[in-house]
Design a protein around this ligand. Structure first.
Ligand SMILES: CC(C)(COP(=O)(O)OP(=O)(O)OC[C@H]1O[C@@H](n2cnc3c(N)ncnc32)[C@H](O)[C@@H]1OP(=O)(O)O)[C@@H](O)C(=O)NCCC(=O)NCCS
Length: 188
């Protein structure tokens, strides 16, 4: 468990305070569901993050309205969003949580924040029957690949890889998107 990690009990609160002084060097971070008013900050962070397909502002606003329960933001004491992870349960396979986008502000990277957001969200969804985590990653995104490997290892779960969308399908010189499927996860 990384320094300053929240206890299991804390993970199940809707807004979880995470001691950040050791882990993040920037005071406390609070984990919670995004609100519509967070949409513009999510768009800003996605635009600045690199490696992400940036969608319209409208898209982030809508996500904060309709997929807040399956998304998390990590908020610093000054209101700034240090990171977010957005996802949804697949309508045709509700035991599967699909990670749509994850981004951490450069100031907060490599301190375990993305892993902890993923842990937080998946732990909140296990009681609802989520047993698999999926994400697509481009082959050059080492940080993201390691994030999902690390999550699979910590959970003792299998990690299967398969191309979901090819370069031809994505077009415009976009690299292929490789599906990372992790599970089954223990129910807890
Ligand atoms: C990918 C991203 C969200 C990771 O956030 P983060 O908070 O720095 O990640 P964490 O600190 O939780 O690290 C998770 C794991 O990845 C590893 N990792 C993180 N950044 C890495 C890098 N640049 N190179 C190699 N490994 C890296 C960590 O060491 C850790 O592995 P460990 O558990 O074995 O120690 C962040 O780099 C980012 O926002 N990138 C731009 C947007 C993006 O690419 N999103 C993903 C698209 S699918």
């Amino acid at each position: 468990m990384p320094p300053g990690d929240a206890s299991d009990a804390d993970l199940h609160k809707s807004d979880t305070q995470v001691q950040g002084s050791k882990a993040f060097g920037a005071g406390e971070l609070t984990f919670g569901s995004p609100e519509i008013s967070d949409g513009p900050q999510l768009w800003d962070l996605a635009s600045a993050a690199g490696n992400l397909d940036v969608n319209s502002r409208y898209h982030y606003l809508l996500w904060c309205r309709d997929f807040a329960d399956t998304s998390v933001v990590a908020r610093a004491a000054d209101g700034r969003i240090a990171g977010f992870l957005t996802g949804y349960r697949r309508p045709s396979a509700p035991d599967t949580f699909f990670t749509w986008q994850v981004a951490v502000s450069p100031d907060f990277r490599r301190r375990g924040l993305a892993r902890r957001m993923l842990d937080h969200l998946v732990d909140s969804l296990r009681p609802q029957g989520v047993r698999f985590v999926e994400a697509t990653v481009t082959p050059d995104n080492k940080a993201s690949i390691r994030l999902f490997e690390s999550f699979a290892e910590a959970n003792g779960a299998d990690l299967a890889l398969d191309v979901l969308f090819s370069e031809r399908e994505l077009g415009s010189g976009h690299e292929s998107e490789v599906l990372h499927r992790i599970g089954p996860l223990a129910g807890r």
